[in-house]
Ligand binder design. Structure first.
Ligand SMILES: [Zn+2]
Ligand SMILES: [Zn+2]
Length: 342
């Protein structure tokens, strides 16, 4: 079968013909119906800093946001059935460390990500632990179900910000994670402002997906652009999903006393922060990375209620063979979410 792989620790991805995987004990084989290209996949392709730990897994098929159908069960694969439609939590646990044996899989210290540390979904078939399969409700399209993973990241970021009704939330970065954050924050009762920098195509998608104000900073700085949009009051929470270091210090300056900054972007460089200001303003900073296992069913229930909005986040659909075109669209920020379809 055709697979899109990371083969060496340098920029680039390669298509390869690989054997069909065989599910190991406790695993199932999933026929991939839809797989999203994530910002992480672009980082892996471009080999930006922070992914060196993948090297030992190479060559490895990438792709960690996906949904499909179970077509084969390995030995002892429990709680799943052939024919079942599933999306898959990409983070696999070791089952042996102290956290795993204590029944706390979220605390596992030896994780391997499907599509990062073991073969992923940019292929027709992928083997995954049965325990990572999350059932997809009848009537939910595979491309929508493939959005569960990125939306779980968005939900987790909003949970960490502890957004309350009537609060003002500034979201920096209009990619799919930022759009999800805007949706969850709005659902929590907040007034949302979403900002991008020279990002008009994705902001146009944002206006179709989210309520609230979406602004392009373009040449202006953040305080002036917010003032021009009538949004110069401080924010209760700022949630960063841009991966741009300048967004951290800029975002902190928009935060009220006692407010919360949540960082969800992957940053290629350290960010300078005025810590004295942070101390005097008694502000908090959280990092948001992986949602707890229990969030997945909450995300799917949310997606069922907001299918049209989440569908509107998908701007491009391509075949696996054309996947590299999707990476070009994402780098140029012409696309919001690109889905690879079987
Ligand atoms: Zn992702
Ligand atoms: Zn473990």
């Amino acid at each position: 079968m055709l697979a899109l792989r990371k083969t060496s620790p340098e920029p680039g991805l390669d298509f390869a013909e690989v054997p069909e995987p065989i599910p190991q004990p406790g695993e199932v084989l999933v026929e991939v119906e839809a797989a999203g290209i994530c910002g992480t996949d672009v980082h892996i392709a471009d080999w930006t800093a922070g992914y060196a730990s993948m090297t030992s897994a190479m060559p490895v098929t990438i792709g960690h946001e996906f949904a499909g159908r179970i077509v084969e069960l390995g030995e002892d694969a429990r709680g799943v059935a052939v024919g079942q439609r599933v999306t898959v939590r990409p983070s696999t646990v070791c089952g042996h460390c102290a956290a795993c044996t204590a029944g706390d899989p979220d605390g596992c210290t030896h994780r391997r990500g499907i599509g990062i540390g073991r073969d992923g979904a940019f292929a027709a078939l992928v083997r995954v632990p049965a325990a990572n399969c999350v059932p997809v409700p009848d009537g939910m399209a595979a491309e929508l179900a493939a959005m569960t993973e990125p939306l779980s990241v968005s939900m987790h970021a909003v949970d960490l910000a502890a957004v309350k009704p009537g609060q003002r939330v500034l979201v920096l970065g209009p990619g799919p994670i930022g759009l999800g954050i805007a949706l969850f924050a709005t659902a929590a009762g907040a007034e949302v402002v979403l900002a991008g920098v020279h990002d008009e195509a994705r902001l146009t998608t944002a206006r179709a997906v989210c309520d609230g104000t979406a602004i392009d900073l373009a040449g202006a700085d953040l305080p002036n652009a917010l003032a021009a949009a009538g949004q110069d009051k401080p924010f209760d929470a700022v949630i960063e999903a841009a991966g741009a270091t300048a967004a951290i210090e800029g975002g902190l300056r928009q935060l009220r006393r006692g407010g919360t900054l949540v960082v969800a972007g992957i940053h290629a460089r350290p960010a300078p922060i005025d810590l004295t200001q942070l101390v005097r303003m008694e502000q908090s900073i959280y990092g948001a990375y992986r949602a707890p296992v229990t969030d997945w069913s909450r995300v799917i229930a949310f997606m069922q209620r907001h299918q049209d909005r989440i569908q509107a986040m998908i701007t491009h659909r391509l075949s696996l063979a054309d996947a590299k075109e999707g990476f070009v669209l994402l780098r140029s920020r012409a696309a919001s979410k690109v889905i690879l379809r079987a």
